[in-house]
Structures are given as structure tokens and as C-alpha cells.
Design a protein around this ligand. Structure first.
Ligand SMILES: Cc1cc2nc3c(=O)[nH]c(=O)nc-3n(C[C@H](O)[C@H](O)[C@H](O)COP(=O)(O)OP(=O)(O)OC[C@H]3O[C@@H](n4cnc5c(N)ncnc54)[C@H](O)[C@@H]3O)c2cc1C
Length: 398
């Protein structure tokens, strides 16, 4: 008599980056039947990533250096990345048909430079009779004696194993709470900075490469971009990520000093001395963008057409200081193009070797729903890939 095949029924709640890859890897095991619940198409949350190019990882081999790019999750990720690193991600993606390359700044992209192409290739792996996509929103998950019950806006279903990969902007936290998981209050991260010094908003497009920023005892480096409503760019995002849980406001601003220029004061002073007849506007633009000089001089009541020889001591000091440093007071963080959620499921309750809940057997959490967030540069997607790999490996092997 032929024996009936026993399948493992697996539900994946959320088929974005983490959930989507988990589905692909679970389908490698012929004894799995995988159902993804998501009203969106699989992997579609990847489409806007990396400005449409999908910055899928960061090529740092030294794991202790890599995890410094995660304001939340550093210790947990050492364990995760030692089992599935950015290098492993590149190999896995190549096996799946997505060859990658590393930019000079270590950011990893698909060779196609196309998030759309990447989504198409990954989605092709889901075209098997063992995969089911239910375009339904999960409203509750319950643990029964031997299985889980999933309740959606359309029905009720039973599964042996459940992976929650609902991202950071969803009711996934409520689902986790229903299993008594602790949630670290979610906050937006990777935001632009709204500052008190509004005159700087008249410089949209101005940018500085590899600027140092100091806030308290902490220092950060990165590129800074001025927009018509904020300070933005990777450095601003880093600062917002690091301070995501600080209570800041107009009354209690976050003070930041940007070191814009490595030129010595002596050099700047000798340039002034050597060009007594030239206007400040022209002399100082040797060191920094002219529109920045014009704006900062104006806000300090200094005539930029003035000759260098006519500058008094105080004016000279103001101009030199503003070339070297920019002090700003941040009133709030503004959600910009690339935002992720800081906070989420408490990592103390998750096994970093398998991503399984320590509270409920057979329940897994991966991706941004966890209290993990990284700076811009491919770090957030790397967290998703590693989690997806570890949980699917564990499910496939048990
Ligand atoms: C504009 C933008 C650009 C970005 N660029 C990059 C980048 O280049 N590199 C990088 O590393 N990171 C980037 N990120 C961050 C990265 O995209 C996220 O960290 C990542 O997508 C999180 O993956 P996830 O699988 O955890 O969640 P998501 O990808 O958000 O997927 C969650 C899925 O769950 C579904 N879902 C939620 N709740 C339910 C429910 N109750 N029932 C059913 N389905 C549900 C949602 O519809 C969604 O499809 C970017 C983010 C944004 C917004």
C-alpha cells in the first residue's frame, strides 16, 4: 500500500523582502506546502529600494564592523551574521539568478541595477504547485493544541508553522503581542532633520561629501544634503537613526555640529591677507560653495561684496567659523523617502540561531518586525535575507 506523503503546512505572513525569500527557500524542500498571506504582490516592497536599483547588502567581511551599522540589534546580529553573512547573501542570490556587484562604497547591487528585474527573478521561484498566495490581510493568529489558526479578512486556516514577516508599518506588532511578545515602541528611523536654522532651507541641492557630525560624545561620518525643507542624505539619516528614541522638540532640540571643512584656520587667514582687494564672496568660495557663503554672511549681517581688507575681527571670526563648522538645532525628524521602523519585537525573546520565538514553538519572526534597524547602505535588507535563511533552514531541517 502506498503511504500518504506528510506535508508540512507553513504560513508566511507578509511576502515582502524577508517573507518572500523565506518562501523561496522553504520551497526547496519538497515536503513543504507554503502559503503567503499578503495583499501585495510578492517582493513588491523591494521595488522602490536603492532608488529603484535595490541596494541589497553591504560588503563588509568583518562582522564586528558590519554590526556597528545597526543602532538596534548589534549583538543579536553578530550571531545571525556569523551563520549567514553578506557574502553568503551574494552567493545565494547568484544561485537564484541575481548576480551582484559591489560599488566603491561597499554597497551591493544586482548587476541589472534594477529592483524590478530582481523582483521578477525572485518571484519566478514562487511559481510552483506547492506555493499559494492568499491576497488576504491576517487579523489574528492563534496557537491551538498542535497547530496554528490564521484568521484573515476572508477566512480561517490551519498551519503547522507560522512565520511573521509583516515589516515595520503594519498590524504585525499586534499579532506578536497576542502571543505575549514584548514590543519595543516603534519609532520612525532614517528620517531627514527639521532644524531651527531655517535660512539653510534656501540652499536646496547643496551637498557635502564625507562630513563629520558631532552630537554629545558621538561622532558620525557621511554625506549631507540640503533640501528646501530639511537636512537630508545618509549622514542625516544616520543621526536620526541613532537618536530615534530621543525625545526632541523645538523646546528640547538635538544639537549637532557638522565639521564641513578640514582647511586650517591659518590657511583661511592667509588667503584673506593675500587678497585684500577681493570680495569675501570670491575669496571664501575657494573653501566652500559660494551660495553657502552668501547665505551665512547675509544671516549674520555681513556684506558679501565687502573687500577682505575691510572685514573686522568679529566678522572674520564669524565667516571662518561658518566655513569650518555648522551648528544646528534639530526640532524634529521628518519622514523622507527611505524610512524604516526602529523598535519592534524584543530580541531577547527570539533565538538568533533559528529566528524562532522563545515563547511559542513553531512561530518565527524575521525582517523589520524585529527590533532591528540599520543605517542606509543595504543593512536593512541584509537583516531580512539572513533571518529568512536561518528560519527556513531550521524549518527545513526539523
Ligand atoms: C523607499 C525605501 C527604500 C529603501 N531602500 C533600501 C535599500 O536600498 N536597502 C536596504 O537595505 N533597505 C532599504 N529600505 C528598507 C527595506 O526596504 C526594508 O527594511 C525591508 O523591505 C523590510 O522587509 P520586511 O520583509 O521585513 O518587510 P516588508 O518588505 O515591508 O514586507 C512586509 C509585507 O507584509 C505585508 N503585510 C503586513 N501586514 C500584513 C498582514 N496583517 N497580513 C498580510 N500581509 C501583511 C505587507 O503588505 C508587505 O508586503 C528601503 C525602504 C524604503 C521605504
Amino acid at each position: 500500500m502506498e503511504q500518504e506523503l506528510i506535508y508540512k503546512r507553513i504560513a508566511v505572513i507578509g511576502c515582502g523582502a524577508a517573507g518572500g525569500l523565506a518562501c523561496v527557500l522553504l520551497l526547496k524542500n519538497p515536503y513543504n506546502k507554503v502559503t503567503a498571506f499578503d495583499i501585495k504582490e510578492p517582493f513588491s516592497t523591494l521595488l522602490p529600494t536603492g532608488g529603484g536599483r535595490c541596494n541589497l547588502s553591504y560588503d563588509e567581511k568583518e562582522l564586528r564592523e558590519l554590526v556597528k551599522n545597526y543602532p538596534r540589534g548589534e549583538k543579536f546580529l553578530i550571531s545571525v551574521f556569523s551563520r549567514f553573512s553578506p557574502n553568503d547573501t551574494r552567493k545565494l542570490f547568484e544561485d537564484l539568478g541575481v548576480k551582484t556587484y559591489v560599488q566603491n562604497d561597499k554597497r551591493v547591487f544586482p548587476i541589472s541595477d534594477s529592483a524590478l528585474r530582481t523582483v521578477q527573478i525572485l518571484s519566478n521561484h514562487l511559481k510552483t504547485p506547492d506555493f499559494f498566495h492568499k491576497k488576504e490581510k491576517v487579523t489574528a493568529v492563534k496557537k491551538l493544541e498542535k497547530e496554528f489558526e490564521i484568521i484573515t479578512n476572508k477566512g480561517k486556516y490551519r498551519y503547522d508553522t507560522v512565520i511573521i514577516a509583516a515589516g515595520g508599518h503594519s498590524n504585525g506588532f499586534e499579532l506578536a503581542k497576542s502571543f505575549a511578545h514584548k514590543i519595543i515602541e516603534p519609532r520612525p528611523s532614517l528620517c531627514a532633520l527639521d532644524i531651527e536654522e531655517k535660512y539653510l532651507y534656501s540652499l536646496p541641492g547643496l551637498s557635502f561629501k564625507s562630513v563629520m557630525a558631532k552630537t554629545g560624545k558621538k561622532e558620525f561620518e557621511g554625506d549631507l544634503l540640503f533640501t528646501h525643507k530639511s537636512l537630508s542624505g545618509p549622514l542625516a539619516f544616520k543621526l536620526s537613526a541613532y537618536n530615534a528614541f530621543k525625545e526632541i522638540s523645538k523646546e528640547n532640540p538635538l544639537e549637532i555640529t557638522f565639521c564641513l571643512n578640514s582647511e586650517t584656520i591659518e590657511n583661511i587667514e592667509s588667503e584673506i591677507k593675500n587678497n585684500p582687494k577681493k570680495s569675501i564672496k570670491n575669496v571664501f568660495s575657494k573653501f566652500i560653495a559660494q551660495n553657502y557663503i552668501i547665505t551665512t554672511a547675509k544671516v549674520n549681517g555681513i556684506d558679501v561684496e565687502k573687500q577682505c581688507a575691510q572685514l573686522n575681527k568679529k566678522e572674520k571670526e564669524i565667516i571662518i567659523n561658518s566655513i569650518k563648522c555648522l551648528k544646528v538645532r534639530v526640532h524634529s525628524f521628518i519622514k523622507d523617502s527611505e524610512i524604516v521602523t526602529a523598535g519592534g519585537v524584543d530580541l531577547d525573546e527570539i533565538n538568533p540561531k533559528t529566528m524562532e520565538s522563545k515563547l511559542v514553538k513553531g512561530l518565527y519572526f524575521i525582517g523589520e518586525i524585529l527590533n532591528i534597524d540599520g543605517f542606509t547602505g543595504g543593512f536593512n535588507l541584509q537583516n531580512c535575507w539572513s533571518g529568512a535563511y536561518l528560519c527556513s533552514k531550521n524549518i527545513n531541517e526539523t
